[in-house]
Structure formats: structure tokens, C-alpha cells
Write a new protein. Structure first.
Length: 145
């Protein structure tokens, strides 16, 4: 039997820099993007008493605010990046050291699997995240059911 799903969807834009260690082209250099994060949230059990997955303002105050506070106008640098010591010496307040090579794919995986469950707790689940790195290029990460 096919299971029906309902999702609340909201997007949020941030500006963020990174470099992809080991990239074969210009993405190996420090650069930035105007990212668009599309959040797809599903209820863990059923809609709330008002008939919602989650109020859109709660998505804003949780997932969107986390991006604003942690990634917006920052530079994501992998903990194993050989440039990390020099970058930290220049500006440690704008550097976010991450445990993964900061490709859009790895950012999406980390956000869905590690960050969103803590932020959303048990109210609902971020089941899908699309990250647009540019208007022409995006990645989608979906939890398997």
C-alpha cells in the first residue's frame, strides 16, 4: 500500500564561502556562493492540532536561524584542509571548521543527519534538503524511509 506524505517547505538564502580540497578545477580556490537551502519537513506522526506539519515561522526560527548564526557570511573550511592554520591566523571569527570537505553534497548530508535532528528535536523531521549552489547547480539529499 502506498504511503501518502505531506511536507512543509521553506527556503532560506545565505552567502557563504568554502574551498573544495582535492577539486580538479577552480573550486579548489577560496570562493563563495549565494546558497539557497530548500527545507522539506514532515511530521513524525501526524499533523499538529491546528492541521500543520510545523508552522512556517518555526522553520524560520529554527533551521533558517541556525544557518544565519552559523554559516552566513562565513568561510567553511575542512578540518584537514592544509590552508586551515593560515586562514585561522588571518581571521578566526569568520572561519567555520567543519568535519567534512565542504561540498554542497557534504553540507546537505551534515545538515540533514546531524544538525536538523538537534534543532527540530521530536516535533518533525527534515526529510529532504535541496541546496542550490548557483541558479544552475544544486544537490538534493533525502532520508530513506
Amino acid at each position: 500500500m502506498k504511503k501518502n506524505t505531506i511536507q512543509a517547505i521553506r527556503y532560506h538564502d545565505i552567502s557563504c564561502g568554502h574551498r573544495v580540497v582535492g577539486h580538479e578545477s577552480k573550486c579548489a580556490y577560496l570562493h563563495g556562493h549565494n546558497y539557497r537551502f530548500h527545507f522539506y519537513v514532515e511530521p513524525n506522526n501526524q499533523l499538529d492540532s491546528v492541521g500543520r506539519v510545523l508552522d512556517f515561522s518555526v522553520i524560520k526560527s529554527t533551521l533558517c536561524e541556525w544557518l544565519e548564526n552559523n554559516y552566513d557570511h562565513k568561510m567553511l573550511i575542512w578540518i584537514h584542509d592544509p590552508l586551515l592554520p593560515q586562514l585561522l591566523a588571518c581571521s578566526n571569527e569568520s572561519i567555520v571548521v567543519v568535519q567534512f570537505n565542504p561540498t554542497a553534497e557534504n553540507i546537505a548530508i551534515n545538515f540533514v543527519e546531524d544538525i536538523a535532528p538537534i534543532i527540530l528535536q521530536d516535533s518533525c523531521t527534515l526529510t529532504k534538503l535541496e541546496i542550490e549552489e548557483t541558479r544552475k547547480c544544486s544537490v538534493i539529499y533525502k532520508l530513506k524511509k
